[in-house]
Unconditional design. Structure first.
Length: 94
């Protein structure tokens, strides 16, 4: 995990997650001052196949200044499944 704090107070954080499970809590190395931040995730497809992945925040209630819960879903050959593929994440805010 890494953190960058810009002069204007903007905080950029990013990391790698290999935790198993459908819903994954990512705990930030540094808390934001509030819950008004942007977070995203992207799968690392080690299978090199045609799978695509969807990541979304489970609920706004699960979002804190210190963590966020992502849910990941794998789309492959017309099927949607739960998956444990590793992913990178990033978040930006104050």
């Amino acid at each position: 995990m890494a953190v960058m704090i810009l002069r204007n107070g903007l905080i950029k954080q990013w990391g790698y997650c290999s935790d198993k499970g459908e819903s994954i809590t990512v705990t930030f190395p540094l808390s934001f001052s509030n819950t008004n931040f942007f977070a995203t995730a992207a799968a690392i497809n080690d299978d090199n196949d045609s799978s695509s992945y969807t990541f979304y925040v489970v609920s706004q209630k699960s979002r804190t200044a210190r963590s966020i819960v992502f849910k990941r879903i794998r789309h492959r050959d017309g099927n949607t499944t739960k998956d444990a593929t590793p992913f990178t994440w990033s978040a930006i805010g104050h």
